[in-house]
Every structure is written in structure tokens, then in C-alpha cells.
Design a protein around this ligand. Structure first.
Ligand code: 23J
Ligand code: MN
Length: 259
């Protein structure tokens, strides 16, 4: 009898299931979120060589990495936010690994974001997506396909104006619906963080972080290649580094999708 896993291997080998990389490169040019000056900032990436087949190590090449936990394509654990601080098993090393794998629901709002970089996904818009694609299942990764990863310079990607950053996200009711009424695993976005650029001024501030993490849900930021996924029918695997008491981690996010 052919198990689902041996079938999956067959489908991968035959090229009928593809592995899609949803990860941005991680390096010194990786853009980092800017917060108001009153708050501490997160450092960018530095990569320092230990040796490269030289006197410091004649047959080996390796580097020392330094970066904030929330850098580049990265994972937000519930403990990242004050609302999630007392939830059990909510840091990078204690989250059960079963939480890292789930079906993807990809919501395409690229046209809306092209017209308005401050576009916010609403609960009505989620209901419209569900009328077309079916109800978002419990345990889903909800991926907001904004087209933001087409912005390849740090300036365009962070899109900071005099009044702060401008980038799309979720409105409060959308985050509440996904966290509480749909019981999703988490949300993934193409932008630098899972809240909209202007969300520091929302009520509550940073509503998506506040609501999602308070409900024990996860986040993925700075994704790319969402245009390669169908609205439903793919599986996302997003496993952070097992950092002790970690609030988040850069990671490789991959999807299994119909070819
Ligand atoms: C700290 C403060 C505000 C925000 C963030 C971090 C993130 O977006 C993040 O990477 O989790 S909005
Ligand atoms: Mn983060």
C-alpha cells in the first residue's frame, strides 16, 4: 500500500509537486525595520570571516553571523509581543514543531497595494476570498500576497516618508477574525513586519502583533515568491532556529505546491 508520504516522494520526483522558496537572501544589504528614535533599534546583518582556506584555517571556510532575531525573512514567536509573554510553549525553542507546517491560504491584494501602499486587509475582504476559495481552515498559514517583494531597493521596500513607513497590512478586525474565528497558525507577509507601516499609530498600536501573538499565533515577514503559489492547495513549512527563549529567527520558508 502506498502511503501519502511515499506518494509525495513520487510526486516530487516526477516534478508534479514543486518546492517553492519563499525566502529572501540574508546578508549585509538586508533591510531592517526602523522604529521611532525613542525605541532601541535592531542591528543589520554582519558576516565576519573566521577563515577561508588560509592561515586561520587552511582547509575550511566559515563565518561568524550577527543580526537581530527579526531580520530579513523571519519568524515571529508569540513571546515576541507582550500579549504573548505568558503563553506556554511560545518561544522558538518551546513551540511544538507540528506548528511549523500547515496549509497555505494565499490572499492576492497586489492590485489594491499597487493603488495604495497603506492598503489594509479587512475581514470583509477575507470573507470575499472565502466565497471564492472556501473557508480558511484551522491551522492555516494565511499569506498576504501584496507584491511588496517586487520592491528590491531598501528605500522602496521600507518606504519611509516624513510621517513614517508606508506599507500594507491587516486591520484590527481582520487579525481578530483570523486569530479567533479561524484559528489560523499564523500570517505571512512580504513586508518587513506583519503590521502595516503606519500601525504604530493604530488602536491598539501594532494590532496584528498584539492580536496574533496574544492568541499564540505565529508570524512570517519578508516573504517572496508568493506569486508562485495557488490560492489554496500548497503546504508551508516554516521552522525557526531553536534559539533558547528566542522571540523569532531568520529562517528558510519553503512551500510544497502543485507544479
Ligand atoms: C518590534 C516592534 C515593532 C514591530 C516589530 C518589531 C516587527 O515588525 C517584527 O519584526 O516583529 S512592527
Ligand atoms: Mn518580527
Amino acid at each position: 500500500m502506498s502511503s501519502v508520504l511515499s506518494q509525495l516522494v513520487e510526486e516530487l520526483t516526477a516534478g508534479r509537486v514543486k518546492v517553492v522558496d519563499l525566502t529572501q537572501p540574508l546578508g549585509p544589504d538586508t533591510p531592517v525595520i526602523g522604529l521611532p528614535d525613542i525605541f532601541a533599534s535592531s542591528p543589520g546583518v554582519t558576516i565576519e570571516q573566521i577563515s577561508r582556506y588560509d592561515d586561520a584555517g587552511p582547509a575550511w571556510y566559515w563565518n561568524t553571523l550577527s543580526f537581530g532575531e527579526h531580520t530579513g525573512t523571519h519568524f515571529d514567536a508569540p513571546v515576541h509581543w507582550i500579549t504573548g509573554k505568558d503563553l506556554p510553549n511560545s518561544s522558538c525553542n518551546t513551540l511544538p514543531p507540528g506548528r511549523f507546517v500547515g496549509p497555505a491560504c494565499v490572499i492576492d491584494v497586489t492590485a489594491d497595494v499597487d493603488a495604495d501602499p497603506d492598503f489594509l486587509l479587512t475581514s470583509e475582504r477575507i470573507e470575499g476570498w472565502e466565497a471564492e476559495h472556501g473557508r480558511i481552515p484551522s491551522g492555516a498559514w494565511v499569506l498576504l500576497h501584496t507584491g511588496w517583494s517586487r520592491r528590491t531597493t531598501a528605500e522602496d521596500f521600507l518606504n519611509v516618508a516624513e510621517d513614517g513607513p508606508h506599507s500594507p497590512g491587516f486591520d484590527r478586525a481582520a487579525s481578530e477574525m483570523l486569530a479567533h474565528d479561524r484559528d489560523v497558525t499564523g500570517v505571512g507577509v512580504e513586508t518587513v513586519g506583519t503590521d502595516a507601516g503606519q500601525a504604530g499609530g493604530f488602536d491598539p498600536p501594532f494590532p496584528n502583533h498584539t492580536i496574533m501573538h496574544g492568541a499564540g499565533k505565529l508570524g512570517l515577514a519578508s516573504l517572496c515568491n508568493l506569486d508562485r503559489l495557488p490560492a489554496t492547495g500548497s503546504i508551508v513549512i516554516a521552522a525557526p532556529l531553536k534559539i533558547v527563549d528566542g522571540s523569532g529567527s531568520p529562517l528558510r520558508v519553503i512551500a510544497l505546491a502543485p507544479a
